[in-house]
Design a protein around this ligand. Sequence first.
Ligand code: OAD
Length: 260
Amino acid sequence: MDKATEQTLKEVKQLIQKAKRICILTGAGVSAESGISTFREAQQKGNEPGKGLWSQYDPQQLASIEGFLKDPEMVWQWYQWRREVNQDKEPNPAHTAIAHWQKQAKESGKQKVTLITQNVDGLHQKAGSDPQVYEVIDIHGNIWQNHCLQCREQHLEDVTGLQQVPECQVCGGQVRPSVVWFGEALDEKKWQDGETAAYCCDLFLSIGTSSQVYPAAGLMMLAKSQGAKIVEINPEPTQSLVVDYQVIAKAGKVLPKLID
Ligand code: OAD
């Protein structure tokens, strides 16, 4: 790690120690060190395609209601494939450090740490950021859950290996993965909780996200408008103008150092 990054880490550590209300927004980069693909990394770096999912697959086909209605089987099977790929993945030191921080903050009562994640892989929860115990908001949903497209009934049955779109037992509609697709509204309660956390925080950490997908990317601006300090952790810094501290490093390398 170079001197400049070490100095930034030192300053961010001091901010973390002083902060009372912390809002963390995570993206696919947090799970990259667990072996899960990000979405648009190759585009961002101008590299040859191949790394981010959206440089290999068409989000319009696979992550939109129009795509699902056109070819439900293909979309269902793509999510089944992603579930298979994610199945044996484990949380990395970034997930674990955040989970420890939430635990520590709750026990001491000195800080409030809200985690908002755009990730649907469930690794934060697996690391111990339990939404029943801590403030954990999965604003883009959860790839392990399903619901009916028509009546929205949750479907808890095991769908492992199922290649055909299941039929809803309640209304006969098609069952779909419970992830937010492009063009769809976020869950209202989750979004309001996320906005409140961003609005009220004094420190906002944006970790492993390209900050390109709204409304999630707007939370950082909201926090900034209320006077919060903004920290970004990303080996490929974004162009965001509201960031106060850029930690140019991998989340799994620096988060355990920041939160001990
Ligand atoms: P992106 O793929 O757009 O961005 C991932 C970011 O993580 C990039 O800026 C990388 O540089 C950074 N990164 C890579 N490795 C990292 C590491 N080890 N530590 C820290 N950062 C690292 O993913 P998101 O911003 O999460 O929507 O994308 C937002 C949404 O777009 C996703 O939630 C998804 C997608 O369509 C849904 O699934 C609904």
